[in-house]
Design a protein. Structure first.
Lengths: 279, 260
């Protein structure tokens, strides 16, 4: 009977995607803009092809660039936001000082910062920093432009920090005191009580920040003045009127976003296992 | 009693809390008490009489507004060494399994993993917790088991002083009796100085060498309990002492007319 339940659930889950495919197929008949499903699948099946419609780069390399940019920006955001968040959560002075600014900054779309980061960082990247004029030889490194990574950082930093602060603030005083009576130093209290206690909140912040980071990178790559990545491929394909490449990019973006969210949700669930079920 | 025998000492300690709701709450007023080495002292009092505050001062988690609190002759300026604290509930770390909770004190001291796990298992046996609860999380255990776990955690680093804040209050009566017996067993073997706070007169008379009656932040009576252990709760001597303690309460509450 459990198998029957599972099959029913899978069928229900498949209903909407199938409906979308049906609508897509109908729309593609006789349309110039909407490519046939078959054409899109054909593009997806050859991710290493380098068509002129995509500025002679492959779907696979575009995806790699976008993912790497997110990894860098999100990684930096996590490394900076978690300590800052914990500090703000535990220090009344820090909270009074930083919390209003962080709350205000969080509602500004990171895309709005792109002109600022481009002025600040220009076209500099790890490649220009390491290799100067020869930077163009080091494709991948050159694509990790600081301006773009900074925008991702701006998107992910605030949700991570605010969630970390919330988690740090909610640590039970009784737990801290129990550790202190057992002889814990301030550092040990941080490592053995505050961090594990705040970990589920931090994970929630990472999940939210990760989702934002993925959405921001695509938007940043569509923004004029940037090159490379899946977002850039979408605009290029549109310009070349090769819509099957644009649709294929969208499918890839959705798939990667889904995987990212699923992985972070799984991590969030495993970290939060010890918590009581009712909140 | 010589000063050097006084392991725990309160010297006219007072503690005032300022809250938004009420301007000045005196949890302790001029509280004085001396606990000699190896003695089991029970402080009995109703809720709100300052019992928890006095343990927090002894544990170094808070400081007196006036007067002094001394441990082994030295003023308490933070959690002192060699002191174990068992609270009523909710102090076990919920993200750690049972064994990891017990080893916390040794982990803080830097003891190696194998060594501290062995020590923890030995303590768990002494408080009669079966080995198969080792890998359970605290929320998976019953209230009685959690309190045994809290006791084990406090005992693991071998403290010479135990501070216990109504540790068995949230547990059902049969379990409470078992826990009291286990505590007495550990104490008989180790001889710690124990300061045990409770609102149950019966529990105090059952456990203590000496019962200290407390109301409204100060002591009103100290009653020695010279009965041999294990004690019979239904014996005449036991009941006489119960009545003695109860009388100490009613006399002083009536006399003071419930001043706040």
């Amino acid at each position: 009977m459990k198998a029957k339940r599972l099959i029913i659930r899978l069928l229900l889950g498949a209903l909407v995607p199938v409906a979308i495919l049906v609508v897509w197929h109908v729309a593609s008949v006789g349309s110039v803009v909407v490519p046939p499903i078959g054409a899109v699948i054909e593009v997806l099946a050859h991710p290493l092809r380098e068509p002129s419609a995509l500025d002679a780069t492959s779907l696979a390399s575009g995806a790699t660039i976008s993912v790497l940019r997110v990894v860098c920006g999100f990684g930096l955001a996590a490394m900076t936001a978690i300590p800052v968040g914990l500090w703000v959560g535990r220090s009344r002075a820090a909270m009074d000082m930083l919390s209003p600014t962080m709350a205000a900054a969080m509602v500004i779309s990171p895309i709005a910062w792109i002109p600022v980061t481009i002025i600040a960082f220009g076209l500099s990247s790890p490649a220009t920093a390491l290799y100067g004029d020869e930077h163009w030889r080091y494709g991948l490194l050159d694509q990790l432009r600081f301006a773009i990574v900074a925008v991702i950082w701006l998107g992910a930093f605030f949700p991570i920090a605010l969630n970390a602060a919330g988690g740090a603030k909610r640590v039970r005083e009784a737990h801290i005191e129990a550790a202190r009576v057992l002889g814990a130093t301030r550092r040990q209290v941080l490592a053995k009580v505050i961090l594990p206690s705040a970990a589920p909140s931090i994970m929630t912040g990472l999940r939210v920040g990760g989702g934002i980071a993925w959405r921001v990178i695509i938007a940043a790559e569509i923004f004029p003045g940037t090159r490379g990545g899946l977002g850039y491929m979408i605009t290029t394909a549109h310009e070349q009127a090769s819509y099957q490449y644009a649709f294929a990019s969208i499918v890839v973006i959705g798939a990667i976003g889904l995987v990212l969210d699923a992985v972070l949700r799984l991590a969030e669930h495993r970290v939060g296992r010890w918590q009581p079920k009712e909140r | 009693m010589r000063a050097s025998d006084q392991v725990i000492r309160f010297d006219g300690a007072s503690k005032c809390f300022v809250t938004p709701a009420r301007p000045e709450v005196w949890a302790l007023r001029d509280f004085s008490l001396a606990c000699p080495a190896g003695q089991l002292t029970c402080v009995v009092g109703p809720s709100g009489c300052g019992k928890t505050t006095l343990l927090r001062l002894a544990a170094g988690l808070d400081f007196p507004t006036s007067g002094r609190v001394l441990m082994r002759g030295r003023p308490v300026d933070g959690p002192p060494d060699g002191v174990g604290l068992v609270s009523q509930e909710g102090t076990l770390l919920p993200w750690r399994r049972a064994l990891a909770n017990v080893t916390l004190g040794l982990e803080i001291r830097g003891m190696g993993r194998a060594e501290r796990r062995a020590a923890a298992r030995a303590v768990l046996e002494r408080v009669h917790l079966a080995r198969d609860v080792e890998r359970s999380y605290p929320h998976e255990l019953s209230g009685g088991m959690r309190q045994r776990l809290a006791l084990a955690r406090a005992l693991c680093p071998n403290p010479r002083i135990l501070l216990m804040d109504e540790p068995f209050a949230s547990v059902d009566e049969p379990t409470r009796h078992h826990l009291q017996g286990d505590l007495l067993g550990v104490w008989a073997a180790d001889g710690q100085t124990i300061l045990f706070v409770t609102h149950s007169i019966e529990e105090a008379v059952y456990l203590a060498d000496r019962v200290v009656v407390m109301t409204f932040g100060r002591t009103v009576a100290e009653i020695p309990v010279p009965l041999p252990r294990p004690r019979d709760r239904l014996s005449q001597e036991f009941i006489d002492l119960l009545l003695l303690v109860r009388r100490a309460f009613t006399e002083h509450v009536d006399a003071k007319g419930g001043d706040a």
